[in-house]
Design a protein. Structure first.
Lengths: 288, 233
């Protein structure tokens, strides 16, 4: 009995020691974690150095671009427009479309400016690069054709992300190229531009082209066909360049998204939510 | 009983030791380009939304303090503010004209299948992960050049992992992130479907943002499934 009491005492003692260590450690690491969010002067220096190096290493994305204007009024106008791309709320699209219409009044100069902006944007700033391409696509200026052509004829970049699950650099590069193909598609359809149709065929023919790019190029090529006969001819031509396993992409059909409910009990029942919250939430929400 | 307490103490100690790290908020953040500023402005730092999202996603103070934004909740530079913006997108992009659309239930689904939404520094290799319904976003998930809309898609994707892991075993271009098929209704199907609906029928957003969502959906559709779903997005 005495031995057992002594054993229990030992376990209690060891637990107590762990508890003390845990409290001390927790205090120490909590203090360490306070650094998050506070940018120290030292850290800024490090970041700046990294950015500078990256800028030097950045490949020249567009080598042959039209001269770009440094007109400050244009810069202000474009900067304002890029902000409007991300507008949300009532009237968001109206404000965006109005801004786009303003840019269209001077679309050649604006496109030249956008090309210059694109050239000076860091490779990893995918959102901005995409926004610049989307604006060029929407403006439909012929000045954008060489830029779209050039990026589409480049070798598709290697994957740089370590977490493919959530973020892939190839996805980002792919989205930029999908925008470029759509941009060329406008001229293929409106002007039946031979050179552009050849570019689209090059993408389709290239075995290295990712499937979504081929699919978009097929869609734009087919949309350039002015009648059913030409459409059928275009389909036959494209199929010659694609392996049989990819023939299913030879269509200009666009589906509506599917209606689907979750495979659980409908989560939209308010009572369930209330109960759910009462069950396991007692952490005070942050104060404003 | 004593042994259980003892084991619990050791577990707690090791757990805390494994995840205590120091991380740095990137400088020169462009919150206008990412859309954080615009969504945050509409949310208006409204206590109603903050309380609702905090409660619905069972967020806990000790996950979001220490610089992660608990004491500065409306700051778009900090993880909590950026997370709330993404949740706001899931919540506010509903379209009542399409009752069976994922746009209408994505928010409820995500909050129902996430036990706790948490934040951490991470080691730079992961953006987010779901372990036993606890979803943790890491620094790359908050700041890795993703727009608010894309962040919202990732949140839904992670929520779906509570019920479905990826079952494609690397047999598609996205390696370990592949699902066998569309019909499996895995995390990729939920994310693609949400982006697809967002691109076609979301309200109060711009055509440019919708186009971006559609292109994202097209890319994932052709790269994330072993068997191509064959949808024409």
């Amino acid at each position: 009995m005495k031995k057992r009491t002594k054993k229990n005492f030992n376990i209690f003692f060891v637990s107590f020691i762990f508890l003390v260590i845990f409290i001390i450690k927790n205090y120490y690491f909590t203090t360490q974690d306070q650094k998050v969010g506070l940018i120290k002067k030292k850290d800024i220096k490090v970041s700046t150095r990294i950015i500078t190096l990256e800028k030097k290493q950045q490949p020249n994305l567009i080598s042959a671009t039209p001269p770009f204007s440094s007109n400050s009024k244009l810069k202000k106008q474009v900067t304002l427009h890029l902000k409007k791309i991300e507008f949300v709320g009532e009237g968001a699209d109206k404000a965006y479309q109005e801004s786009l219409n303003e840019l269209r009044k001077n679309k050649e100069a604006v496109t030249n400016f956008l090309i210059g902006e694109y050239k000076s944007t860091k490779e990893e700033n995918y959102i901005k690069r995409q926004q610049l391409f989307e604006t060029m696509r929407a403006l439909h200026s012929k000045n954008s054709i060489p830029v779209f052509n050039e990026i589409l004829m480049e070798k598709f970049p290697e994957e740089k992300s370590e977490d493919l699950h959530h973020g892939s650099t190839q996805l980002e590069e792919g989205i930029i190229r999908l925008t470029a193909i759509e941009g060329l598609g406008h001229f293929a359809k409106e002007e039946n531009n031979e050179e552009i149709l050849l570019t689209l065929l090059e993408i389709i023919k290239n075995k290295e082209s990712p499937l979504p790019l081929k699919r978009q190029a097929v869609r734009e090529y087919l949309h350039s066909s002015s009648n059913e006969k030409k459409l059928a001819q275009s389909k036959e031509l494209i199929k010659e360049y694609l392996p049989k396993s990819e023939h299913f992409i030879v269509t200009k059909k666009i589906d509506d998204p599917e209606e689907q409910l979750p495979d659980t009990e409908s989560p939209g029942v308010e009572n369930d939510h209330d109960q759910h919250h009462q069950e396991h939430h007692d952490s005070e929400s942050p104060k404003i | 009983m004593i042994r259980i307490i003892f084991v619990l103490l050791i577990t707690l100690f090791l757990h805390e030791l494994a995840f205590s790290k120091t991380c740095i908020i990137p400088n020169n953040l462009d919150n206008k380009t990412s859309g954080d500023e615009q969504y945050s402005n509409i949310m208006g730092c409204d206590k109603h939304y903050i309380d609702k999202y905090w409660d619905d996603f069972n967020m806990l103070k000790w996950n979001w303090n220490d610089g992660f934004g608990y004491y500065d909740v409306c700051n778009n530079n900090l993880p909590l503010g950026r997370m709330l913006n993404a949740i706001f997108v899931l919540d506010k992009t509903k379209n009542i004209h399409y009752k069976k659309s994922i746009l209408n239930w994505a928010y409820d689904y995500a909050e129902g299948d996430i036990i706790t939404l948490s934040a951490g520094c991470g080691d730079g290799t992961l953006n987010a992960q779901n372990i036993l319904a606890k979803v943790t976003f890491y620094m790359d998930g908050f700041y890795g050049g993703k727009s608010v809309v894309r962040r919202a898609g990732i949140l839904l994707h992670e929520a779906r992992h509570t019920r479905r892991i990826h079952n494609g075993w690397g047999n598609c271009p996205s390696g370990a992130s592949c699902d066998s098929s569309w019909e499996y209704q895995g995390a990729n199907q939920y994310q693609v479907l949400w982006l697809w609906w967002f691109g076609r029928h979301s309200v109060h957003t711009t055509k440019a943002l919708k186009n971006d969502a559609l292109r994202d959906a097209r890319w994932r559709h052709d790269n994330r499934f072993n068997q191509n779903p064959g949808k024409n997005i």
